[in-house]
Design a protein around this ligand. Structure first.
Ligand SMILES: [Zn+2]
Length: 433
C-alpha cells in the first residue's frame, strides 16, 4: 500500500475515533444528569470524567500532525457547550431555573435540532473530517432522540379531567383553556367538543412534565401521574415488607395520609418513604433488595450511597445505549427512599438521617433527627386504598417536619399560581380522590 492510499484510511479512522469519543462524552454527560434530577450537585469524579472526555474529543478534532486547527477547536468546544446546555436544561429545571433554561427544557425533545443549520454551515466551511464526524454524530443522536420522543408519545391514553382537577385548571387558565394550553405548550391537554381530557403518561411514554404543570402553573397532579404514584407506592411498600425492613410514610405522603384522609396531596410530585437501617438491615442489603425487586417488577432504581437515599422511578430502564437518556426527560414519577439510623443526640434516643427534611432538627453529629419514640414501633395508616406503615405518632412527626401541618402551604415557585389555587381550594370544592 502506498502512502497516498493509506492517508484517507488514517483520516477515516481518526474521524471514527472522534465520533466514538463524542458518543462516550454524551453518555457520560447524560449519566451525570441523574444528580440535578435528584436535587444533588454532580459528583466530582463523574464530572471530571465527563470533562476529560469532552476535552479529549476537542483535542482530537483540533490537533493533527500539521498543528492546531483553531477554527475546529472553537467550533467543537462551542458546539459541545451549547448542545450539552440544551440537553441538561430539563434536569436543571427540577429546581427553579432561569427563563432561558425553562424555555430550553420546554422544547427539550427537539431543541438540539435547532443546531442543524449552524452545524451544516460549519461542516461545509471547515474541511476537517474529524469535526464533521463529531457534528454528524451529535445531530444523529439529537434526531434519534426527537423521533423516539414523538414515537413513544403516541401511546398516551386519554383521562377525562373533571371535578377539582378541572376547577383548578380553569382557575389557573382564567377561563381560557385553549390560550393557556398554547401559552405553556401543554401538549397533554385535549379540548374537544366541550370535553376536557388529558393525554396520560404510562410506562412506555415520556412522563408528564409535572414540575412545570404542578410547581410552576399550580395545576393538580395529572390523573395518570396520580395513578402511577399509587402503583409505585404499593410496589415500594410491598418490597420493604417482603424484605422485613422497618419503614414509614414520610413527608408529603404522610401529610396526605393524615390531613387528606388517605389521599395524595392534590399537587403531589413524589412519594416519600423512609427506612430504618438497624441490625440485619444494612444499606447494602436494602439497596440490593430494592434493585433486584425493581428489575423484577419493571421499575428504575437509582442508588445514591453518599447521600443515603434511593430513588425508584415508575418507568422501566431502557436498554443501552438509551439507558441514561431518561435523564433528558423533564418529569418523573418517583419514590424517594431515605434511610435513618439509630443515634443518641443531646442525651435522647433519636433516628437520624443525613439529608434535611422539612424542619427536622439538626442532631449532635450534624445529621437531622426525630425522637425514636415518635417513630417506633411503627403504626399503620390508610393511604391510597391500603394500610401503610407510618410513624407511631404520625401527627407529632408531622409537627416536627411542618409545625402546624393542618394549615395548607403551597410550595409553588409561582406565587400567583399559589394564590389563585388557594381561592378555589378554599371554596370547598371536593378534593380529587
Ligand atoms: Zn402523567
Amino acid at each position: 500500500m502506498t502512502g497516498l492510499e493509506a492517508l484517507p484510511d488514517t483520516r477515516m479512522i481518526a474521524a471514527l475515533i472522534a465520533a466514538a469519543l463524542y458518543v462516550a462524552t454524551y453518555q457520560s454527560f447524560i449519566r451525570l444528569l441523574r444528580y440535578p434530577r435528584n436535587w444533588n450537585p454532580p459528583s466530582l469524579p463523574a464530572s471530571l470524567a465527563t470533562g476529560g472526555l469532552a476535552a479529549l474529543t476537542v483535542a482530537l478534532v483540533s490537533l493533527s500532525p500539521d498543528g492546531l486547527d483553531r477554527p475546529a477547536l472553537a467550533i467543537s468546544a462551542g458546539f459541545i457547550a451549547v448542545v450539552f446546555g440544551i440537553i441538561a436544561a430539563p434536569a436543571i429545571t427540577f429546581r427553579p431555573a432561569s427563563r432561558l433554561v425553562e424555555f430550553l427544557a420546554k422544547h427539550g425533545d427537539h431543541a438540539g435540532l435547532w443546531l442543524l443549520g449552524p452545524v451544516l454551515l460549519a461542516g461545509l466551511a471547515i474541511p476537517n473530517i474529524k469535526l464533521q464526524a463529531v457534528l454528524a454524530t451529535a445531530m444523529a443522536i439529537e434526531l434519534t432522540w426527537f423521533l423516539r420522543q414523538r414515537w413513544t408519545g403516541r401511546r398516551r391514553r386519554l383521562y377525562p379531567l373533571t371535578g377539582h382537577d378541572l376547577s383548578v385548571l380553569e382557575t389557573q387558565a382564567k377561563g381560557d383553556l385553549a390560550a393557556f394550553r398554547r401559552r405553556h405548550g401543554i401538549r397533554e391537554l385535549v379540548l374537544s367538543n366541550g370535553a376536557v381530557s388529558w393525554r396520560g403518561c404510562g410506562k412506555t411514554t415520556p412522563p408528564c412534565p409535572f414540575n412545570l404543570y404542578v410547581n410552576r402553573l399550580g395545576l393538580n397532579t395529572a390523573p395518570c401521574c396520580r395513578e402511577h404514584m399509587k402503583d409505585l407506592s404499593h410496589h415500594v411498600a410491598a418490597c420493604l415488607s417482603e424484605m422485613g425492613a422497618v419503614h414509614w410514610l414520610e413527608g408529603g405522603s404522610l401529610l396526605g395520609a393524615v390531613r387528606e384522609r388517605g389521599a395524595l396531596l392534590d399537587w403531589e410530585d413524589d412519594i416519600d418513604i423512609s427506612v430504618l437501617l438497624d441490625g440485619d438491615m444494612t444499606w447494602r442489603r436494602l439497596a440490593a433488595g430494592l434493585a433486584e425487586r425493581g428489575a423484577r417488577d419493571g421499575y428504575f432504581v437509582d442508588i445514591f450511597e453518599n447521600k443515603g437515599y434511593i430513588s425508584i422511578s415508575f418507568d422501566p430502564p431502557q436498554r443501552w445505549p438509551f439507558r441514561w437518556e431518561r435523564n433528558r426527560l423533564r418529569g418523573e414519577i418517583r419514590a424517594d427512599i431515605a434511610v435513618y439510623r439509630p443515634a443518641v443526640s443531646h442525651g435522647a434516643a433519636v433516628l437520624e438521617r443525613r439529608s434535611h427534611k422539612g424542619a427536622m432538627p439538626v442532631t449532635e453529629s450534624g445529621g437531622h433527627g426525630v425522637l425514636r419514640e415518635i417513630v417506633l414501633p411503627t403504626s399503620t395508616v390508610r393511604f391510597l386504598g391500603s394500610d401503610f406503615a407510618c410513624p407511631n405518632q404520625p401527627e407529632a412527626y408531622l409537627r416536627v417536619l411542618y409545625g402546624d401541618f393542618r394549615k395548607v402551604e403551597y410550595t409553588f415557585v409561582d406565587a400567583g399560581a399559589a394564590k389563585a389555587r388557594a381561592l378555589i381550594d378554599a371554596a370547598g370544592d371536593p378534593p380529587v380522590r
